[in-house]
Design a binder for this molecule. Structure first.
Ligand SMILES: Nc1ncnc2c1ncn2[C@@H]1O[C@H](COP(=O)(O)OP(=O)(O)OP(=O)(O)O)[C@@H](O)[C@H]1O
Length: 699
């Protein structure tokens, strides 16, 4: 079926379809897209689309959402990760931003969301949607369609429950449901739970050849084997081989550190394959990467050196801007291989001709464990760029004939595991139960009725386990004064409980914060340690042998009780950060990469914000000044004395220290010093910019 056929049947979206045909160059529909339309996608039918990666799910979502918007409804697009949400937002905004009003909301889990009413299509993370529903925005009733992206992630312990709860809540509003899933074993079950039609297909626009490399040869399933030159490590040989064919490779490894080491080796070999023009372009890109932070860290230097040779590593420890530069340079075929951990496969849409899975095991609960088939197939799915490659290759690496046979059976011929609900655990239920009561008072029976509609209940028909946990949770919520009985015998939130729910905190964390604020005196170290012990801060790094003496002696001197070691280590790192210790030292000494530190700092800032909100409600505000100072010191990574300087736009912690050391302590000092003195310290351009800002502030 040609797309123009669709606009004949559904004239309401004709203009959007015309644009897609003319600007996106889409004509004949892919098989699953046609199946979805024939199954009633644009007539409002609920649908679960379970097809391989990069097989055209987004177009299905676009057409369905545009159709609903034309009928006067709102369309909600829910993604499990912020990176995915912003990628879809950019894509849809570029395509349809002139026709419909598209908005995104993924951060600040305490905002009411009322400002989103002006948008026709709203892209959010599942967490954001869940937190917004606790604020009852008026536009909730106008939702006509909900698109659940990556719905197979309901299987993941940390992201699955929120996706499941949000879907269960939204089902009650009876919108059209469109669930987008990777190929999974039990897609029928998910489709039935969502009361939707299942559209399954193994179609891929780019043919995928899966294989295993062993003894300098790739054995493919479905095409002839291929010999490679010997001499390098398997992953390097596989990368060099594909680059010599004017294509690119994605190399998946198990840890961030091995991604860095592997890309360093790749870079040293690939550099000989680059032409002069590519080398020059890569120099420019490498310089941009080097100067993303105010002062380059060792990781910045290492990455920019690797990029000069046409390779790169990509993981959560990188600064967002650096990740974006790498993704864009890979898309423009300047960077030839990216070495990353599997998160990249689940995250942004970054295909490469050949996917090389160097490590198919990673560290788990019982030591090194094989990665689930579902995740490996996600990585496979990144092989082959639509429009550029006629086929993609996904290659695992074996080091023995036995391992070859095992990989072949498990990953090449094996089916992905069935997905299952991860809802049945106390911290998850505690958080969502308070959220449900915050949305509207309801009885215990009504709560059980709600949980009976979840995927958990659908899979394990016996929910008595859930009911047992639920009654313990309700006892805690009563004891913590977060809920009470109302006149009709329903459970409702107290003022404090409602605020805790809106702050999107684990109620246990909120209770611990209240305990902390009740202490008559509490040191900064203890406050940080208690907050680092919150569920929201996990996972916390282990204490390595090289750190033991330093960390344990610091704990003893501060009388921090046993059992809080990991929380204390995180607090200790925050202390070092506020003592203006450089990122490099934190990385080298405590294995804390800059990107991970920024992530932890954001969570700590949110916990401190929540503490100040809770102290206002419980009027336990004796520590509010300390909390505020801590928030500001953590935000900038400075000692207290620099706070007056870093509050001036354009002055970060490095410049502030330099200015302070020259005897300038605050805004008055800055103005007194004048442009001459300041230029000698921080350069003329910055000095002038800062003094202009100060004059404007005065004015
Ligand atoms: N019918 C079509 N004809 C030609 N190109 C198409 C068609 N449908 C989608 N595409 C293109 O194929 C590429 C992949 O599509 P899309 O991003 O929708 O896949 P996806 O399944 O959403 O991928 P992911 O699994 O990463 O979310 C896009 O560039 C898209 O423009």
């Amino acid at each position: 079926m040609h797309l123009s056929e669709v606009s004949k049947r559904y004239p309401a979206i004709e203009s959007a379809i015309t644009r897609i045909i003319e600007e996106d160059g889409i004509g004949e529909l892919y098989e699953p897209q046609e199946k979805a339309i024939e199954a009633g996608l644009l007539d409002g039918e609920n649908m679960t689309i379970a097809i391989p990666t990069a097989s055209g799910k987004t177009l299905i979502a676009e057409l369905a959402m545009l159709s609903k918007v034309q009928q006067g409804y709102k369309a909600i697009y829910l993604a499990p990760l912020r990176a995915l949400a912003s990628e879809k937002y950019e894509e849809l905004k570029k395509k349809h931003g002139k026709l419909v009003n598209i908005g995104i909301s993924t951060s600040d889990l305490d905002s009411s969301g009322s400002e989103l009413d002006k948008f026709d299509i709203i892209i959010m993370t599942n967490e954001k949607m869940d937190s917004i529903m606790r604020h009852h925005p008026s536009w909730i009733g106008k939702i006509g369609i909900v698109v659940l992206d990556e719905v197979h992630l309901i299987d993941s312990a940390n992201r699955g429950p929120t996706l499941e709860i949000v879907a269960t809540k939204l089902m009650a509003l009876k919108p059209q449901f469109l669930a987008l899933s990777a190929t999974i074993e039990n897609s029928e079950e998910i489709a039935k739970w969502l009361n939707s039609k299942l559209v399954e297909s193994s179609f891929r626009p780019v043919k995928l050849s899966k294989g295993v490399y062993f003894n300098n040869e790739i054995s493919f399933s479905g095409k002839s084997d291929q010999k490679l030159e010997a001499g390098n490590s398997p992953s390097i040989s596989l990368a060099i081989d594909i680059i010599k064919k004017e294509a690119q490779g994605l190399v998946f490894v198990s840890t961030r550190r091995s991604a860095e080491a592997e890309s360093e080796k790749q870079s040293k070999e690939i550099v000989h394959l680059l032409n002069a023009k590519e080398k020059k372009e890569l120099e420019r890109i490498a310089d941009r990467i080097l100067n993303v932070l105010e002062s380059p860290t060792k990781q910045c230097i290492r990455l920019s050196t690797i990029v000069r040779g046409g390779a790169a590593f990509h993981h959560a420890g990188l600064h967002n801007t650096q990740r974006k530069i790498i993704e864009d340079s890979f898309k423009s075929n300047l960077i030839k291989t990216i070495c990353s951990t599997p998160t990249l496969a689940a995250g942004v849409n970054l295909p490469g001709k050949r996917v090389i899975i160097r490590d198919y095991k990673r560290y788990g609960t019982f030591g090194m464990e094989p990665i689930p088939v579902l995740e490996v197939h996600q990585m496979f799915g990144r092989a082959g760029r639509p429009k550029y490659d006629t086929e993609g290759e996904a290659v695992l690496i074996a080091s023995s004939q036995d391992e070859f046979d095992e990989l072949w059976e498990h990953y090449i011929e094996g089916r992905p595991e069935p997905i299952s609900s991860k809802l049945g655990v106390a911290p998850v239920l505690r958080m969502h139960t308070l959220g449900l009561i915050a949305e509207s008072p309801r009885s215990r029976e009504k709560l059980v009725e709600f949980y009976n509609k979840t995927f958990y209940a659908f899979q394990y028909s016996d929910v008595s386990h859930l009911e047992t946990i639920l009654s313990e949770i309700l006892d805690d919520l009563f004891e913590w004064s977060f809920i009470e009985d109302d006149a009709d015998g329903n459970l409702r939130c107290t003022r404090l409980g409602l605020r805790v729910a809106q702050l999107y905190l684990d109620p246990l964390t909120a209770f611990e914060i209240i305990q902390m604020l009740s202490e008559s005196k509490i040191s900064v170290e203890l406050m940080l340690t208690m907050l680092c012990n919150a569920a929201e801060m996990r996972p916390l790094g282990a204490i390595r042998r090289s750190e033991e003496d330093e960390i344990y002696s610091a704990m003893d001197s501060l009388e921090i009780e046993d059992g809080l070691e990991r929380a204390f280590k995180q607090a200790y790192i925050f202390e070092k950060w506020m003592d203006e210790i450089h990122d490099d030292v934190l990385y080298d000494k405590y294995a804390m990469p800059p990107g991970v530190l920024r992530g932890k700092l954001n969570i700590m800032d949110w916990l401190l914000y929540a503490s100040s909100e809770i102290s206002r409600i419980t009027s336990k505000d004796r520590h509010s000044h300390q909390v505020l100072t801590l928030r500001r010191r953590l935000k900038y990574g400075v000692k207290k004395e620099l706070l007056p300087l870093v509050s001036v736009r354009g002055i970060g912690r490095v410049r502030a220290r330099k200015i302070y050391t020259a005897g300038i302590k605050d805004k008055i000092g800055l103005k007194k010093a004048g442009v001459e003195k300041l230029s000698s310290l921080i350069g003329k351009k910055t000095a002038e910019k800062i003094l202009t800002v100060l004059d404007k502030d005065d004015y």
